[in-house]
Design a protein around this ligand. Sequence first.
Ligand code: UD1
Ligand code: UDP
Length: 361
Amino acid sequence: MKIVTIVGARPQFIKAAPVSQALRRQHHEILIHTGQHYDRAMSDLFFDELSIPRPDYELGIGSGPHGWQTGQMLQRIEEALQAEKPAWVLVYGDTNSTLAGALAAVKLHIPVAHVEAGLRSFNRTMPEEHNRILTDHCADLLFCPTQTAVNLLAAEGVTRGVHLVGDVMVDALQTHGALAARHATLAGRLGLRPQGFALATIHRPYNTDDPARLTAILDALAGLQTPVVFPLHPRTRAALTHNGLALPANVIAMEPIGYLDMLALEQAAALILTDSGGVQKEAYCFAVPCVTLRPETEWVETVEAGWNRLAWGDAAQVIEAAQRPWPTTPPAPLFGDGHAAERIVRLLAAADPAPQKVVAS
Ligand code: UD1
Ligand code: UDP
């Protein structure tokens, strides 16, 4: 069976890695990279570290306004799908690359499988919320990481093709986490003791593009009075420069880091502060307390379990959230058993559609 996988942004390389490996044991995978992320530290590094095969199509779309970026992707993905005529198109998460891939496929009557289906923030100002809702509502197979996601889809009337498979990020983390812990060269090079630092990442436009918000976050990091390792997403670096904001003295800023360095730092950190979806889950899996710098999260189970706290106010609120006592008992597994990728491949094969009906010209 031929499957076209569409990726474009950093978290999608990580999510696709275990599925791609499982798929290629029995099936023919064609990989399309939209080029939404393109810096080496945001893209090629992950292909190298996670042994992801080189893409068959590198569309090189790059950065731009949402409509332009999504439209360019839609056009170029359509051309590739018309040439490949796959049985399935596989998309991941909630980025513009996800939506463009799903739309291109359904307009050619090619069935769509969505990995990480059913996530909702209920915040319609987030571009991801539209991307994931639209993708879920045109997908034929919906692979959910949690029961919450299954329930949210049911509440929207989406039940056909929905499967609880677990989270493919846990598959990736289980494969690479121990290796990463042994590879803890970055913390060593920085002279950091295990548990002697915090780790922070931010990239959501509502945190980076509002100077008052960004200043409040920097004030919070300063107030933690511990070293804070801060790999800077390009959007965040640009916002700091644009607004002339200086980093506090205790913040160790750097370019985005590779997956192994990131997993190693997460495991050694005393605290994680983030607005990333993936990093919240990784913090939970490694039993590291997490303060999420957002008004809401899609990963509500981590908050209910007490290992994740939302802090969207001023610096004092963030510091209070970080310093209140954290649970002492290990968190229960919430995101599957590390075999989500195998389940996805089995379900895809079982649902193997009849030869494609139409490929419009
Ligand atoms: C995108 C996703 C977001 C995901 C995040 C993961 C959308 C709408 N957003 O956000 O859901 O959580 O990726 O990291 O799809 N840039 C570079 N080099 C790169 C990539 C980006 O310099 O390799 C800069 C550009 O100035 C660009 C900005 O970062 O305009 C934002 O990139 P973009 O892909 O549009 O959105 P992200 O914030 O990365
Ligand atoms: N990550 C990484 N290096 C970094 C920052 C993040 O390898 O400098 C990894 C992180 O461990 C997680 C994923 O990237 O696996 C999360 O991606 P990101 O925060 O960009 O997007 P989101 O999950 O919010 O969509």
